[in-house]
Design a protein around this ligand. Structure first.
Ligand code: MG
Length: 390
């Protein structure tokens, strides 16, 4: 990185983190050598033209065919389908792959990025939830760094530079608590997708906004942190910090706690993932303490928001259990967003799927994990359909 400029692939470029990543690329003058999206032809065409990308990929094959025609005058290579995304990653000379694909679909692109020796700026936490041991093992084998593009993990990464790894007592993940903090189960059952999408502090896509409202997102983040930083579940605490100003903390053996603070803006995480350990001129606003009325703390309610506890449990049990948890959650959240099931049905559908597939804790290889993922989706879908008929 001699001139501070990177060459990037932005995977999931039309989503919330993807567009913010491209905003950072534009502000800092990084080259964008490729973008990928699911099926938003209009937006990706604009991105390819703006950045002059030599390559792009669409997961949806008919969208890829349409994009190919639209981009015929540019000479950009258009890759098609899930395999096409991996092919683009493996063939690209980019030095960083920023993966902001949503859900388990981001796992194989993560693996391709590591295999091709690129620095991985990882916003797709599901890669680590589903196959944390495999992903971290591959990064180590290839000597590639994974930089988290998740505010909590970006914070912890920064806080860890204040001391030696062996002197870390615990990681303290902060949680906004979501829009339903303080509510009990009976108050949650009538919540609509529109209520749940009204998240107070971060601007995010629909899937992660629902995951934040159920605290599933925080559960995933504990699993993500455990793999990323090599710590066990008992060394990770979750603290509610309502205003999302403290993004996470590290406590050392002398009980000194190092915190990272800023306005809630993902572009800082993107920027840091590209420049770390160096820092660059700000792309986000300054935090004005005089305008902060308070910074308040609380305890997560794991009796109501049961998915957080379930995540800790699947992390302990290991194998493909976190993958089962993730797959069931993807199915349940999508059913909730299309109004097939209610908000608390997400809790029940995921819990039931996880308990019915408990034998999957002995699956450790990628094949077994992917098979468990498929089986969990099937099971969760059956549960959703049964709920829907009631
Ligand atoms: Mg986060």
């Amino acid at each position: 990185m001699t001139d501070n400029k990177r060459s990037l692939l932005v995977l999931g470029s039309t989503g919330s983190v993807g567009t913010q990543a491209l905003d950072v690329a534009k502000k800092e003058g990084h080259k964008v050598l490729g973008v990928s999206a699911n099926r938003d032809v209009r937006q990706i065409e604009e991105q390819v033209r703006f950045f002059g990308c030599p390559a792009c990929a669409m997961a949806d094959e008919s969208a890829a065919a349409e994009l190919k025609i639209k981009l015929a005058d540019t000479g950009a290579k258009v890759y098609s389908g899930a395999d096409g995304i991996n092919e683009m990653i493996l063939e690209s000379d980019a030095d960083v792959a920023l993966n902001s694909i949503i859900g388990e679909a981001g796992l194989l692109p993560t693996i391709s990025a590591l295999q091709s020796g690129k620095r991985l700026a990882l916003a797709n936490k599901e890669s680590l939830v589903v196959a944390g041991e495999i992903v971290m093992g591959l990064a180590k084998e290839k000597g590639v760094e994974i930089l988290p593009v998740d505010s909590e993990h970006c914070a912890i990464y920064q806080c860890l530079s204040a001391g030696r790894r062996e002197d870390v007592k615990k990681l303290i993940l902060t949680a906004s608590g979501g829009p339903f903090y303080g509510k009990k189960r009976e108050e949650l059952s009538a919540i609509s997708p529109a209520d749940a999408l009204a998240h107070p502090t971060w601007s995010m896509g629909a899937k992660i906004t629902i995951d934040s409202a159920t605290l599933m997102n925080k559960g995933f983040e504990v699993i993500e942190a455990a793999h990323l930083f090599g710590v066990s579940a008992d060394k990770i605490d979750v603290v509610v910090q309502r205003e999302s100003i403290i993004h996470s903390m590290v406590e050392y053996i002398d009980n000194s706690i190092i915190a990272q603070l800023s306005v809630p803006d993902m572009r800082l995480c993107v920027q840091y993932a590209l420049s770390a350990p160096e820092r660059r001129e700000a792309v986000i606003d300054e935090l004005d303490f005089t305008k902060l009325s308070q910074i308040s703390f609380g305890k997560p309610d794991m009796d109501t928001f049961v998915l957080l506890r379930l995540a800790l449990d699947t992390l302990d049990r290991g194998g493909a259990m976190p993958a089962v948890l993730n797959a069931a959650n993807e199915v349940a959240v999508s059913a909730f967003l299309s109004e097939k099931i209610g908000f608390t049905d997400i809790f029940d559908c995921v819990s039931e799927t996880v308990s019915s597939l408990s034998a999957r804790e002995s699956e450790h290889n990628l094949e077994g994990i992917l098979a468990s993922d498929r089986e969990a989706r099937e099971k969760a879908l059956n549960i959703v359909n049964a709920m829907n008929r009631k």
